[in-house]
Design a binder for this molecule. Sequence first.
Ligand code: GLC
Length: 421
Amino acid sequence: MSDGAAPDFGWFDEARFGMFVHWSASSQHGVELSWPLVGGIAALPYGTPMAVDDYYAGALDFCPQPGSPQRWMAAAKAAGMGYAVLTTRHHDGFALWPSKHTDFSIAATPYGGDLVAEYVDAARAEGLRVGFYLSLSDWHHPDYPPYDDNAVPYMAYLGRRSEPAAWDRYVEALFGQVEELLTNYGRIDIMWFDGQWERSVDEWHARELEALIRSLQPKIILTDRLPGAGDITTPEQNIPAAVPDGRWETCMTMNRTWGWCPADTEYKSGRDLVHTLCETAGKGGNLLLNVSPTGDGSLPAPQQERLEVVGAWMDRHADAIRGTTAGLEPWQFYGPSTRKGERIFLHLLWRPYETFAVRGIRLKRVRSVRHLLTGTDLDYTTRATAQEEIFGTDPVGDLVIGLPEELVDPVATIVELTVAG
Ligand code: GLC
């Protein structure tokens, strides 16, 4: 880390929830981003292979509706999110800003604007922190080398290397793009690389790249996808079984595809997404939930609807998510829990029978047990060994809490337990 650089984690810890936006000129085709180019991968079942020319057809006609980023950022804010990350350039190489280091960008289209600038302004206007996703790999760049139909399969393409002079030019362009992104748009809060698996730390010049980033944006948070660097780990499409060391953020799609793909109707329900958020926060992580705007920039209706379900729940329960840390030990409660000082939030992701238990609690220190949404005090009994109850000055035991049926939330119920000390 260069002198004076210290990432600002305050907002990241507070937010717990952000919006990932996967968007490129290819969103016009309604296909997964980039992967169709290289024959798809099993992990992305809708990344159906496409001929290179077909994938790139129409890219230079990309002309989304003006004001699109404002609408995504308003939706993110309404969903209770605290930040966003936009694919400024995915593996397919199309830059959403008028980069001087490529001729394959929004500048070459009739759009005539800078989508990255619009996004940054829109996020700030909503009070959201700003993140940039940038693929280290570029399957379109002449010096990378570009992918072509003879390059199949992907594994064979991975083994291809450009001539040293071409690679130097590529690295220069990559550094140039990073410099543009981190110089021209004010303070950027998180830098999210990807595609790192295609080259080594040395080939990416990762150390110099990190130094450049920290010098341009001393407070920025870097993900671990710049090899050898990284302030946070970034699991993907799941909640890690073992809690990662340090800060982490899992990114997830609402269906199975990152880019707009109408063929993919395998959506998680809004409730499932809320539960995912609760579980992620319960393990002390952040959730970066993906949306996939269409080619004209609008948010697909199934995604908009889900954001609304999450937002309606967050309106009532954000206290149990935002600014929290992981709560109890897993054995203490059958479900996720989060904490803020003396307040412990129990996330009921199922309907209890008449009661549910919380174990290993210092019983005499319990100050209140409340239904978060209505503030209703809940009846509870305590259970501990007789000896603890009679002689213990600070007995430890179980709390058995009653939850009336009418207080069960259709999405997820939160019970707030306050324990002194
Ligand atoms: C994977 C995919 C990429 C997607 C990313 C999000 O790395 O290659 O398409 O952008 O996951 O984390």
